[in-house]
Structures are given as structure tokens and as C-alpha cells.
Write a protein that binds this ligand. Sequence first.
Ligand code: 5GP
Length: 132
Amino acid sequence: MSSHSIFTRIINRELPSYTVCEDMENIAFLDINPLRRGHILIVPKLEVDNIFSLNEKSYNSLFFFAKRVAINMKKKITCNRIGMSVVGLDVPHAHIHLIPINSFEDMNFNKSPLKLTEEEMLNICQLLKFTA
Ligand code: 5GP
């Protein structure tokens, strides 16, 4: 079994994903268990468990990349805000959640995720895709 994180295996294309954007240092793909349509994970290509272990350059690069993805999301999905959250209780590879929200409840990680079909995920991915 690979010692790499599940996200590194996505980055290396060993596992499939609904990738919406990437640059040299970061990647954005749809969360497989979305709280909302368009729930995106922003992941540094460097495999680090804790986001606060990233050096300043990588940390800034990640958050600047997240900002660009969020601005693009807000243009394409009708919502009040793009919520941003760092949790990291499930996958030990640093990442940021970006979630289109209308209420606090939309950021409730205790809620059951949406069950979207592959076609729905593909359509959302296509809608949100852009070139960094
Ligand atoms: P956290 O580590 O922030 O608590 O949660 C990790 C997030 O990664 C969860 O929202 C979960 O649905 C998502 N996730 C876990 N495994 C995969 C995967 O293989 N592919 C994708 N796209 N998302 C995943």
C-alpha cells in the first residue's frame, strides 16, 4: 500500500478526482462528500499534515490560490458567501475547505453530505473549472 496521502495520490493522478484548477504548487478539486454543491478542497502539492507547518511561502501560495478559486466560485454559484474552513481531522494532508454558503448551517461538518451523482459532480466540476 502507498505511504502517500490520498491527496498526493490524487495529485499524482493515481486516483481520480474532479479537479477544477491547479498551479505549480497547489490543486483544487471537488470534495467527494460535499456539504454543498461546489464544495472544493484546496491542497498544497507538498505533502504536509498540519497546514500550520507549511513555510511562509507555501502557506501564502496556498491561501492566495484559495482566494482565486473562491472568487471564481462566487461568480459561478449563487450563494451569499464562499465559506472557508480548515479542519484536517480526516485526511492528514493540509487542505482548506471552500464552501458556497447561505447560512451558518451550510458549514456544519456534522451534517450528512449531499449524495450527488457522477454526472452532477462532472457538471459542477465543468462549471467551476478555470486556468490558474
Ligand atoms: P478533514 O480532514 O478536513 O476533516 O476532511 C477531509 C475532507 O476530505 C472530507 O470533507 C472528505 O469528504 C474529503 N475526502 C476524503 N477522501 C477524499 C477523496 O478521496 N477524494 C476527495 N475528493 N475528497 C476526499
